[in-house]
Design a protein around this ligand. Structure first.
Ligand SMILES: Nc1nc2c(ncn2[C@@H]2O[C@H](COP(=O)(O)OP(=O)(O)OP(=O)(O)O)[C@@H](O)[C@H]2O)c(=O)[nH]1
Ligand SMILES: [Mg+2]
Length: 448
């Protein structure tokens, strides 16, 4: 498919114990041999030196692993040079590879080649990125499931069924006079019902899967001094934001990711909502409002030890139909109101003593997962693009079912089947457009 050889640094930027330069392509071995003084052997690690002959210097002492196609990451010839983790040395090794005929890899191009050369399907290629970017162990487990082909397997099962049906209908259209014989038992209504339930099962857990994969943007809002920053620090397990007894301590938003029950919550601590006294506060409160707008979940914090004020009411009204949790803080002090007096769901906590923190994290997880049990093998969809494609596929399957029931001609039902198949193809990568591949792989880093 490709006739050029690509090169990139595969390890993160900066200094490290080791750094890896990777080459892939038909010329990978030949190019590496031009500046590495050892003899490459398939599947062996060889010790030697990288030499810049033109400059007459030794660049680094390295270990080189050469792997022959097709049993490699990309299914092409691959060479990995494990150098010292010096950005300067790594750059020079890349420069040598470029000088000797390699081309700089585009973001995600190694994985793109693995896909285009048929080693993995598109959903697995995207799972590579999920693995790299996983924020919690739960997220990592789901991503590795995707890498192993969990989603691909289920989607392919549905696809096969629809393909069989599509072939059968097409044959019926082409040979209307004949009795169409099929190798497999064809029961169109049953096959469509099965396809629909397969897709529904995947979609049922998609939102939970995406929560684990992408996290939840959570704004912590309330009037000054109710303990928003204290709560942020508690959820993070570290003193990230400044806490004082003075109202108006937090003047800018403070953002940090907290691992709460395996879910990455992108917490945004905000400036207390009140009448601004100066320009800085005014801007800070504007940012608070923006954080509220952008949040998937709102933690509406009130001080549980004093009666609810008008300012609290305004804060509690911010949810306006969106997912929220009312948090009555300072439960170490005598309560000044009943929890029933604030909108539900509500929890009582003390950011000072940690009391009720378990209830809070439990409620946060429940609110974003929407109840229900989501096992790892059920949460196969973690990507909004996949979810959208499955929804489209399901809609066309439903249309095909209605069509069959209503006695619609077969050629029209086939149109829905084809549309459904193409939506599923966007997940597995069967018949995807170059444009879609570009948008997907642009999100990768170079070297992956
Ligand atoms: N007793 C008690 N005091 C608390 C609790 N949580 C916070 N405080 C105190 O309340 C005061 C304000 O806490 P912050 O966390 O700075 O409050 P904030 O909502 O971030 O305030 P602003 O940034 O000014 O909007 C500090 O003196 C905290 O020590 C709690 O659970 N119990
Ligand atoms: Mg604060």
């Amino acid at each position: 498919m490709y006739d050029d050889t690509i090169v990139a640094i595969a390890t993160p930027p900066g200094e490290g114990g080791l750094g890896v330069v990777r080459l892939s392509g038909a010329q990978a071995w030949a190019i590496a041999s031009r500046f590495f003084d050892g003899t490459l052997q398939n599947g062996r690690v060889v010790h030697g030196y990288v030499r810049d002959a033109e400059a007459g210097v030794v660049v680094d002492e390295v270990l080189v692993t050469a792997m022959a196609a097709p049993r490699t990451y990309t299914r092409e010839d691959v060479v990995e040079l494990t150098c010292h983790g010096s950005p300067v040395a790594l750059q020079r090794v890349v420069a040598l590879a470029l000088r000797h005929g390699a081309r700089m890899a585009n973001p995600g191009e190694f994985t793109l080649r693995a896909f285009l050369n048929g080693r993995i399907d598109l959903a697995q290629a995207e799972a590579v990125l999920d693995v790299i970017q996983a924020k919690t162990e739960a997220g990592l487990r789901l991503a590795v499931g995707g890498l192993r082909g969990g989603l691909s397997e289920r989607v392919s099962a549905v696809r096969t069924r629809l393909l069989d049906l599509h072939a059968y209908f097409t044959a019926c259209i082409d040979f209307p006079e004949d009795e169409v014989e099929s190798q497999i038992e064809i029961d169109p209504p049953a096959m469509l019902a099965e396809a629909a339930s397969g897709l529904k099962r995947l979609l049922e857990h998609a939102d939970a899967g995406m929560v684990y994969r992408h996290g939840v943007r959570t704004a912590i809002v309330g009037r000054p001094n109710v303990g928003k920053s204290s709560l942020l620090n508690r959820l993070l397990g570290e003193d990230r934001a400044i806490v004082t007894g003075l109202p108006g301590t937090t003047r800018d938003t403070v953002e940090e990711v907290a691992n709460v029950r395996g879910i990455p919550f992108h917490l945004v601590d905000t400036a207390g909502m009140h009448e601004a006294r100066d320009e800085v506060e005014h801007l800070g409160i504007q940012r608070s409002r923006k954080a509220v707008e952008q949040a998937d979940l709102l933690l509406l914090v009130v001080d549980g030890s004093v009666p609810i004020t008008e300012a609290d009411r305004q804060v509690l009204a911010l949810a306006d139909g969106r997912p929220f949790l009312a948090v009555a803080n300072k439960s170490d002090l005598a309560p000044a109101f009943d929890l029933d007096d604030v909108p539900s769901p509500a929890v009582r906590v003390s950011a000072l003593t940690n009391e009720g923190l378990d209830d809070l994290t439990q409620a946060m997880a429940e609110t974003v997962l929407g109840g229900g049990v989501h096992s790892d093998d059920a949460m196969l969809v973690t990507n909004p693009r996949h979810k959208a494609a499955l929804e489209r596929a399901l809609a066309h399957v439903a249309a095909a079912r209605h069509g069959l029931e209503a006695g619609t001609p077969e050629d029209l039902v086939t149109i829905d089947l084809a549309a459904s198949l193409s939506a599923l193809g966007e997940i597995t990568g069967d018949g995807v457009t170059e444009e879609l591949l570009d948008t997907i792989f642009q999100r990768f880093c170079i070297g992956k």
